[in-house]
Design a protein around this ligand. Structure first.
Ligand code: SF4
Ligand code: FE
Length: 486
């Protein structure tokens, strides 16, 4: 790993080089992912988390009580309500600036959840996890590293538990124990930003049975540790980055990134282990992490701001911005978008202190936020496509637009308003395509559906928290049933 102190986005991009990762994309090994045209936009999005900390320090930086120094908010443990809320404000801003998934929240949510869980494991078992975690976080803060949180196992046969699978590797588990640490095997799916990170924290993905001790492992590994292979997902329209132009990309600078991460006896030394066999704490960790991460999906309201802006711009370029039904659709999009933000930020405002002193967001509201995200982004995309018109999907390529033969024809016939060049109209349509059908629809739509847990996972948590008994009592009292019953 490059050892120069990482301060700017440019330092960060440089820090990713020379790591000799086992990265595969479309059947080929990629030696320098950051310099690959299909992958660079995802590193650019992560780099924005560094630049924002410099450009808007009140939003994205904070003094760490661990080091006494100003650190990136993504590496900070929230110690009060205000700091949990600020995470959301920073996320919305980054969504606005990148129009995609900027990937760094998984690590922030993982260390914040682990901070309180390790404290509670230690209280019960007299283990050393909390002090180790604090040491690890301080080191990450001092070096300004990116941490990737790796929770989602591939899961195999969904009707079977981790220990009931035909192949034990379908859930990440300890394959061998030595005096110095543990070796792990298995794979984590959909790992956001993994190769753009410096460290990974592996965590169990679900509640575990008492005998599933080998699956109750939480630990940190450098991304370039031996025994880790990254097989990158390909995204809708991603090879447009290889074509040489930039208009057809819609958002040439930024994208998200996911991969299947395979661990083949990768080693975690003792000092990087934060849970080792305490099966009864797996569910608590999953619930705290997913609560944080589900309200982190206010990132989509930042991306939604971009989509609303694009929809309003295409309406303007088409000369219809004053039509009342157009304005009404923009009002509807704004109402939907703010509903995502409102539920997320409410979950953060209703944070409570854990025994460790770290604050934890409200679980019910966090799940309501994510449930909204699973639906609202699709309706927003529908409205944006409605405003865009069919040209969104019948538009010729940038190469045609640049061609001597047909370019002038497109310039003439693809013009909307007289004073707006056809190229502007094409660019904004391509951005809407990027967000609703193309590369960043991966993050804006399907990740909104399945990221941080699929919709049913939120419904289960909402069901657990809905407290029907209390609500029935309220109803019965007003209906006079209580007096009759007693
Ligand atoms: Fe952050 Fe949103 Fe990406 Fe999750 S989907 S890592 S919350 S930007
Ligand atoms: Fe995600």
């Amino acid at each position: 790993m490059n050892t120069k102190k990482i301060i700017t986005g440019e330092d960060y991009l440089q820090s990713l080089r020379g790591r000799n990762l086992q990265v595969y994309l479309m059947g080929e090994r990629v030696i320098e992912p950051v310099d690959h045209p299909m992958l660079r936009p995802s590193a650019n999005a992560m780099a924005k988390t560094y630049d924002l900390a410099l450009q808007e320090p009140e939003l994205a930086s904070v003094i760490s009580p661990m080091t006494g120094k100003m650190v990136n908010r993504f590496l900070h443990i929230a110690n009060n309500v205000e700091e949990v809320v600020m995470q959301n404000q920073m996320q919305r801003r980054l969504g606005q600036l990148t129009g995609t998934c900027f990937q760094r929240c998984v690590g922030m949510d993982a260390i914040n959840a682990l901070f309180s869980v390790t404290y509670e494991i230690d209280m019960k078992h007299d283990t050393p996890y909390h002090a180790r975690l604090k040491q690890f976080i301080a080191e990450m803060q001092m070096n300004n590293y990116v941490i990737g949180g790796a929770m989602t196992d591939v899961k195999g046969d969904r009707s079977k538990s981790p220990s009931g699978q035909a192949d034990p590797d379908l859930f990440v588990h300890v394959s061998r124990r030595t005096k110095e640490g543990v070796y792990i095997r298995g794979a984590k799916a959909h790992q956001t930003g993994c190769i753009n990170s410096h460290w990974l924290i592996v965590m169990p993905t679900q509640r575990l049975a008492p005998e599933e001790v080998d699956y109750a492992i939480v630990g940190a590994l450098p991304v370039d540790a031996p025994g880790i292979t990254y097989i990158l997902g390909r995204q809708s329209c991603d090879t447009r980055s290889l074509e040489g132009g930039e208009i057809d990309l819609g958002n040439a600078a930024f994208s998200g990134l996911e991969a299947l991460v395979v661990f083949e006896d990768a080693f975690i030394p003792n000092e990087m282990i934060f849970m080792n066999g305490e099966t009864e704490f797996a569910a608590m960790l999953v619930e705290r992490f997913t609560s944080f991460h589900r309200r982190s999906y206010v990132c989509k309201s930042g991306v939604g701001d971009v989509l609303i802006g694009a929809a309003a711009t295409i309406a303007e370029y088409n000369g219809v911005e004053r039509a009342s039904h157009i304005r009404d659709k923009l009002v509807e999009m704004t109402h939907l978008n703010e509903t995502i933000y409102a539920t997320g930020i409410a979950a953060s405002y209703q944070s409570h202190a854990t025994p460790s002193g770290a604050f934890q967001c409200d679980e019910l509201l966090a799940n309501v936020c994510k449930q909204q995200v699973t639906r609202i982004t699709y309706e927003m995309a529908r409205l944006a496509q409605d405003l865009a018109g069919g040209l969104l999907v019948t538009l010729p390529s940038e190469a045609d637009f640049r061609s001597h033969e047909v370019g002038p024809l497109l310039e003439k016939y693809l013009k909307g308003r007289e004073d707006v060049p056809a190229e502007y109209r094409i660019r904004i349509l391509r951005l809407i395509e990027n967000l609703t059908l193309g590369r960043n629809a991966v993050g804006y739509l399907t990740e909104s559906l399945h990221g941080a847990g699929s919709p049913q996972a939120q419904r289960i948590q909402i069901q657990r928290q809905m407290d029907l008994e209390f609500k029935q009592q309220l109803a019965k009292r007003l209906a006079g049933i209580e007096q009759v019953e007693s």
